[in-house]
Design a protein around this ligand. Structure first.
Ligand code: TEU
Length: 586
């Protein structure tokens, strides 16, 4: 286990370009742009980042914030131009960092030239580039979609969109404006290879592959079983995730293109949790992808298998179970993992997993930093996570939520329960806890108006979180206290420690040290020469932890409370609310 690779050691920083930094030089002032990213590369480098992953910047009608692409080989003028990308790559390379692009090829925009051709007639040569089916006719003689699958971002509508002109439906799993490509067609696969080559030849070092386990669909397109009673359309993910030809398609991209470059690849794979399915993609000999994003931790509060916008109560012990399961799976079976708890589709981790009150926000953000940084796997940090940004405040009106998923959900709830205060208050709560918008508010750089995200005279495309005067990069960088670090300084320090001992943190073993029902998540990372201990209290109550008898903790190196961590005595260890410690064992 554990062949050395640069991408295993890397720290990846995800930028959500619309919300990162706006210099006002592109076509939409108040929208983040490429020049803004270039202007903040020193911040990213200082933090300890190796690879920058950009969420989509391609030409797009922006129905789903760029995950609906109308031209894969051009940049949306909202963000700048191709020459800005070239400069970004040069500036990254100057600082010894690399660029990861977002590859969204399960679907395109309905405004892509391919789809415009495809929908133009039944015998267009591109007809078969998308998934077209004849309507079903029900007992009443009414036209119905070919099956009962529900749309993912359309809150329980049909996943099929009817096209008047040719009297057929096309599959559109996310929104009606995002038709699914037909990967069964070799011409589609070759077109994707061509996109890969285009960006690799320009200097990109790899790809995050959007919902890449959805590219192979069960060709019978059967009805999905009813798991959400009372809804006409049902989640059909069993028939479009990890499908029959997935490995053939992934291996094809690898042999035709990826293997010819020195790349980093990470596949986004919702609904993929079985060890065999995962290892076939990321096993050392798999020749498919380097790693995937497994969703279990970020789905922890979903009413799983139904709809993502739901609230499920979870216990802290579930977090350690999930982490441990995948850590062990990869180590025992020679696979590779990605470690992440935030991205542009998820709420902020301090709000979701811990306590984001003024009293505990900083402690909580540092606790999660300790949890993430010292696990085995390529580490992904999402913009704003490094300063402990929170969810949108509960007082905001749903009209402040810009995401198509949130809008569709809010509309649906209002249609279903007009004027029902209780139901609608609950829907507001779901949005505040779970909406993707929570991660998409502008990055907080300073305490100036609009948090320094854009010029004072301009209105940002999305409202800045109210807490920016206290939660921002500049205050956290300037923070000076010999006994305490800001959240940002804590992240930097943690990443320095992580990189100082790759033998343990990247290539070492992982063992869970608190295999019980308690809120203590304690683990050890070991190499030939060293053992590190991470002890985390994932709760707001003081707890006690009994380390194994043979373990002698020599010294705590880092802790998330003010002041230097108290040094360990033999025996039981007390952890204060949300306290986390990193130490060395003898
Ligand atoms: O997300 C795919 C995905 O399955 C989810 O994270 C999704 O947002 C959630 O399940 C909604 O219910 C990817 C992108 O990250 C997301 O931003 C895009 O909207 C989506 O694919 C379509 O491209």
């Amino acid at each position: 286990w554990g062949t050395h690779k640069w991408w295993k050691e890397a720290v990846v920083y995800q930028i959500y370009p619309a919300s990162f930094k706006s210099t006002g030089t592109s076509t939409r002032p108040g929208w983040g742009d490429l020049r803004g990213i270039i202007s903040e590369l020193d911040h990213i480098k200082w933090l300890g980042v190796d690879v920058v992953w950009l969420s989509p910047i391609y030409k797009s009608p922006q129905v789903d914030m760029g995950y609906d692409i109308s031209d894969y080989k051009d940049v949306d003028p909202l963000y700048g131009s191709l020459s800005d990308v070239d400069e970004l790559i040069r500036e990254l390379h100057k600082r010894d960092m690399k660029l990861m692009m977002d590859l969204v090829v399960n679907h395109t925009s309905d405004q892509h030239a391919w789809f415009k051709e495809s929908r133009s007639s039944l015998d267009n040569p591109k007809r078969d580039w998308y998934i077209w089916k004849k309507p079903k006719i029900d007992e009443k003689g009414q036209r119905q979609p070919p099956n009962n699958w529900s749309m993912l971002l359309g809150e329980a509508n049909s996943a099929w969109t009817y096209d008047e002109k040719t009297d057929e439906y096309f599959l559109s799993l996310f929104t009606a404006e995002q038709p699914d490509l037909n990967w069964e067609n070799p011409a589609v696969r070759e077109a994707v290879n061509d996109i890969l080559r285009f960006w690799l030849d320009r200097g990109a070092s790899g790809f995050r592959m959007d919902v890449i386990n959805m590219i192979s669909k069960v060709q019978e397109f059967p009805d999905a079983p009813v798991v959400a009673p009372g809804h006409k359309y049902q989640p059909g993910y069993k028939f479009y995730t990890n499908g029959p030809r997935l490995h053939e398609f992934l291996h094809g991209m690898y042999t035709d293109v990826l293997s010819k470059y020195d790349t980093i690849t990470v596949g986004e794979m919702p609904w993929c949790r079985e060890a065999d399915d995962i290892l076939r993609v990321v096993g050392a000999k798999a020749e498919e992808l380097n790693m995937i994003f497994i969703f279990e931790l970020v789905d922890i509060d979903d009413d799983w298998g139904r709809f993502r916008l739901s609230l499920r109560h979870f216990e802290p012990r579930e977090i350690k179970e999930i982490q441990t399961r995948y850590q062990r799976m990869m180590i025992e079976r020679d696979g590779w993992n990605s470690v992440f708890c935030e991205n542009h589709d998820n709420p902020r981790s301090v709000t979701r997993y811990t306590d984001d009150s003024d009293q505990f926000r900083e402690i909580s953000a540092k606790l999660l930093c300790l949890m993430e940084t010292f696990l085995c796997g390529t580490l992904y940090v999402y913009q704003g996570q490094e300063i402990g940004m929170r969810n949108i405040p509960p007082e905001w009106d749903p009209s402040e939520y810009k995401d198509v998923e949130s809008q569709n959900y809010w509309k649906k709830m209002n249609d279903m329960h007009p004027g029902d205060k209780e139901k609608l208050d609950f829907a507001r709560k779901v949005l505040q806890r779970k909406a993707r918008d929570n991660a998409r508010t502008p990055m907080q750089w300073t305490s100036e108006p609009h948090s320094g995200f854009c010029k004072e005279t301009i209105t940002p495309w999305m409202r800045v979180n109210d807490d920016y005067k206290t939660v921002n990069v500049s205050a956290q960088r300037a923070y000076q206290d010999s006994e305490n670090l800001s959240v940002l300084q804590f992240w930097k320090e943690s990443l320095v420690i992580r990189k100082s001992d790759k033998a343990s943190f990247t290539y070492g073993d992982y063992q869970l040290l608190s295999d019980d029902a308690s809120a203590v998540f304690a683990y050890q990372r070991t190499s030939k020469s060293r053992t590190w201990i991470v002890a985390l209290n994932l709760s707001g109550d003081a707890v006690k932890w009994n380390p194994p008898h043979n373990l002698k903790i020599e010294e705590w190196k880092l802790g998330n409370y003010n002041g230097r961590p108290m040094q360990p005595k033999a025996g039981q260890i007390e952890l204060r609310p949300w306290e986390g410690l990193l130490g060395k064992a003898l």
